[in-house]
Design a protein around this ligand. Structure first.
Ligand code: HEC
Length: 156
């Protein structure tokens, strides 16, 4: 019994200690000159869907839930955010080459068709980020239209 008490106390101390390590939060208050809305036509609906379902990971601003500040949850979330942003950052979309923008739009379309995004570990908790069929359709149509208009711009 004594051993178990010691171990529990040890774990509690470790838990408290790791709370002191707080990596930088993904929260930039800066204006985003390369935001996707500056380079592509974005109906309000599309913007709303991106904000509620994608921006927590694919942008420079995450709305962390209260438990998002608790370790090791914070690390887990930040790891997701880092790899998501590396692949696709909607706030930096305008800095991508037209070719890359097209590729990313194609991936967006596929991820919605296949239902791989938003990540299920996220929608498990963020129920409002579960997209309805109508919302998916809006996003898919928008991605296709945007790809077409980029195509025209590139070939002109
Ligand atoms: C909880 C975090 C999270 C959310 C929310 C999220 N994603 Fe992702 N996304 C990731 C991660 C992590 C990766 C990279 C690793 C992977 O592919 O699983 C990724 C990868 C992608 C890729 C692949 C990029 C490439 O270059 O192939 C696309 C496209 C994408 N996400 C679109 C979206 C869209 C659209 C939404 C909103 C409807 C969304 N994601 C919401 C975490 C997220």
């Amino acid at each position: 019994m004594k051993g178990i008490k010691k171990i529990s106390l040890g774990l509690l101390v470790v838990f408290i200690m790791i709370q002191l390590i707080q990596p930088a939060r993904n929260q930039s208050g800066q204006v985003m000159p390369n935001d996707i809305s500056k380079v592509l036509a974005m109906p309000e609906e599309v913007q709303g869907i991106l904000k509620k379902a994608c921006y927590d990971c694919h942008s420079n601003h995450t709305d962390y839930p209260w438990y998002g500040y608790i370790q090791p949850i914070h690390w887990f979330m930040n790891a997701h955010i880092q790899s998501a942003k590396q692949q696709l950052n909607f706030n930096e979309f305008g800095s991508y080459s037209p070719r890359k923008q097209q590729n990313k739009l194609r991936s967006v379309e596929n991820s919605l068709k296949e239902g791989t995004m938003p990540l299920s570990s996220y929608t498990l908790i963020h129920r409002n980020a579960v997209l309805s069929d109508a919302e998916k359709k809006i996003m898919i149509n928008w991605a296709q239209d945007s790809k077409d208009s980029l195509n025209k711009r590139i070939s002109n």
